[in-house]
Every structure is written in C-alpha cells, then in structure tokens.
Ligand binder design. Structure first.
Ligand SMILES: NC(=O)c1ccc[n+]([C@@H]2O[C@H](COP(=O)([O-])OP(=O)(O)OC[C@H]3O[C@@H](n4cnc5c(N)ncnc54)[C@H](OP(=O)(O)O)[C@@H]3O)[C@@H](O)[C@H]2O)c1
Length: 250
C-alpha cells in the first residue's frame, strides 16, 4: 500500500494555472514527485520547473486525440502513484446558435482525455494508488450557456464511478472532486457575485481544492472510492426562495 509520497510521480494535468497548479505545488512541497501536463503557458511551466526539482513537465494539447495518445506512450514505462485529471475548459455558447465545435473540444478535453489517460495508464498504477477527476458542481445542475461543459462534468462524475468499479479489484481507488466557485483564470466577472450567495461568504481558493486532492490520493482515504466530493462553501445547498422566505420572517 502507498502510505506516503514515494518516488513514483503523480500525473497532474493542467499544472500551469489555477487549481492544477495549486495541486502540483502542494504535492511537490509535501515531498511528492509530479509529472505535470500543460498546453500553452510556457513561461509558467518554466517558472515551476525552476523552483521544483521533483517536477517533470510535458507539453500536450489534450483536446487533440493524437497528443493524448502520445502522452500515454511517453509515460508507458513510468510507474505512477496517482493520476489527477484536472485540465479542463469552459467555452460559452448561445443556445440558438449552438456550435458543435465547442461541444467536441470540451468533451475531448474534459471527459475523453481523463478516460483515455485512466485506461491507458492504469497498468502504471499499483495497489494503493488512485485517480482523482476534477469535475464541477456544474455537473450536478443544468446549464444555460455552457451546456457542453456541464454535460462533460456530469459524465466525468459518472465515469468516476465506472472506473472505480473496474479498478477497485486491483486496489486502485477513483474519486471525483466537484469544486464550486473557485477564484482562478476560469472565473468570469459573474462568478465574483457568488461570494455573497455562498454560506461561507466567499469563493474558494485553488489550494482548498488541492488539500482535498492530497487527502484523496493518500492512504488516509484508503476506503474511499467512486465518490464525488463537493467543495463549494455550501453554495449548492442553498434554495434562494427559502432564503428569501426566511428573510421575510415566514
Ligand atoms: N475555477 C473554478 O471555479 C472551477 C470550478 C469547478 C471546476 N473547475 C475545474 O477545475 C479544473 C481546473 O480549472 P481552473 O479554474 O484551474 O482552470 P484554468 O485556471 O483555466 O487552468 C487550466 C489549466 O488546464 C490547462 N489546459 C487547458 N487546456 C488544455 C489542453 N487543451 N491541454 C492540456 N492542458 C490544458 C491549462 O494549461 P495552459 O496554461 O498551458 O493553457 C491550465 O494549466 C478544470 O477541470 C475545471 O473545469 C474549476
């Protein structure tokens, strides 16, 4: 069983910014080795490499099937301690002029890449290791202008359960984390309004997601698999009509 960080790296996708960066930095700081994947942010990747000697960086555009296959090939002989499928994209689409290219790109990065990386690299994981998929609370509700994104995250939550069923007998755990409003580059101006609607009174930080990921890949989570953890400061627990009723003294 994996009881603490070891020489086998954790594969984290999307390490140059936001939540993925926080996950990679937290793990590296706490003694893990990390293979980090990014797409465009060369300067951020170089900065990370300068500071962290246990980081290996791979550049791959995971919206491209061939690039995902190449990544799997490149890592074919690398034993892994965990896989964190974090890289994701959201593109806004209008309902009346729905653009299927947004659907294809979003599905490819947000759900197909995690599936291919998990199946293609499962043999690199040993008993006690695990996979964490970064989903979203958007996968738990319907959407308006980001249907592709919400559908991809709902699929990722379900895929987590299937992977957990299939990999459980090998002693490999698979869980998902569903962040709510987290302040990263993905945040839109509207997302800042979420802080006033959230019971904890603020949006989350990337490191608050990273702490949970670190727990889930550790032995402290040794009996947890197939689960999705919501990290949203309580946002999705609130029914705003009920809140108004309460404010009105009903
Ligand atoms: N922020 C939120 O409020 C929130 C809420 C719920 C869920 N999430 C989920 O959390 C995850 C991280 O989100 P974030 O807010 O940290 O996003 P972010 O700040 O936009 O960072 C995205 C990261 O993914 C990488 N990436 C993007 N496209 C890629 C591609 N085609 N191939 C490989 N890597 C790619 C980026 O690399 P480059 O820098 O090289 O482009 C970057 O490192 C996503 O899955 C997102 O859906 C976020």
């Amino acid at each position: 069983m994996t009881t603490k960080p070891n020489e086998a790296p954790v594969l984290v996708t999307g390490v140059t910014r936001g939540i993925g960066k926080a996950i990679a930095v937290r793990l590296l700081t706490n003694g893990y080795h990390v293979v980090g994947v990014y797409n465009k942010s060369d300067d951020d990747a170089a900065k990370l490499l300068k500071v962290h000697k246990n980081l290996r960086i791979v550049k791959a555009d995971l919206t491209k099937r061939a690039a995902t296959r190449n990544l799997i090939k490149e890592l074919s002989t690398t034993k892994l301690q965990a896989i964190v499928n974090n890289a994701g994209l959201i593109d806004f689409e209008t309902f009346d002029s729905f653009d299927e290219r947004i659907w294809d790109k979003t599905i490819e990065l947000n759900i197909t890449a995690p599936l291919l990386l998990s199946t293609g690299l499962a043999k690199n994981l040993s008993k006690g290791s695990s996979i964490v998929n970064i989903a979203s609370t958007d996968g738990l509700t319907g959407s308006f202008a980001s249907m592709s994104y919400s559908a991809s995250k709902a699929a990722l939550i379900n895929l987590t359960k299937s992977l957990s069923n299939n990999l459980g007998p090998r002693g490999i755990r698979v869980n998902a984390v569903a962040p709510g409003w987290i302040n990263t580059g993905m945040a839109t101006p509207a997302s800042h309004e979420a802080s006033s609607l959230t019971p904890l009174g603020r949006n989350g930080t990337p490191d608050e997601v990273a702490k949970l990921v670190e727990f889930l890949i550790s032995d402290n989570a040794s009996f947890i698999t197939g689960s999705t953890y919501v990290v949203d400061g309580g946002y999705t627990n609130v029914d705003y009509i009920m809140k108004k009723e309460a404010a009105g003294g009903i």
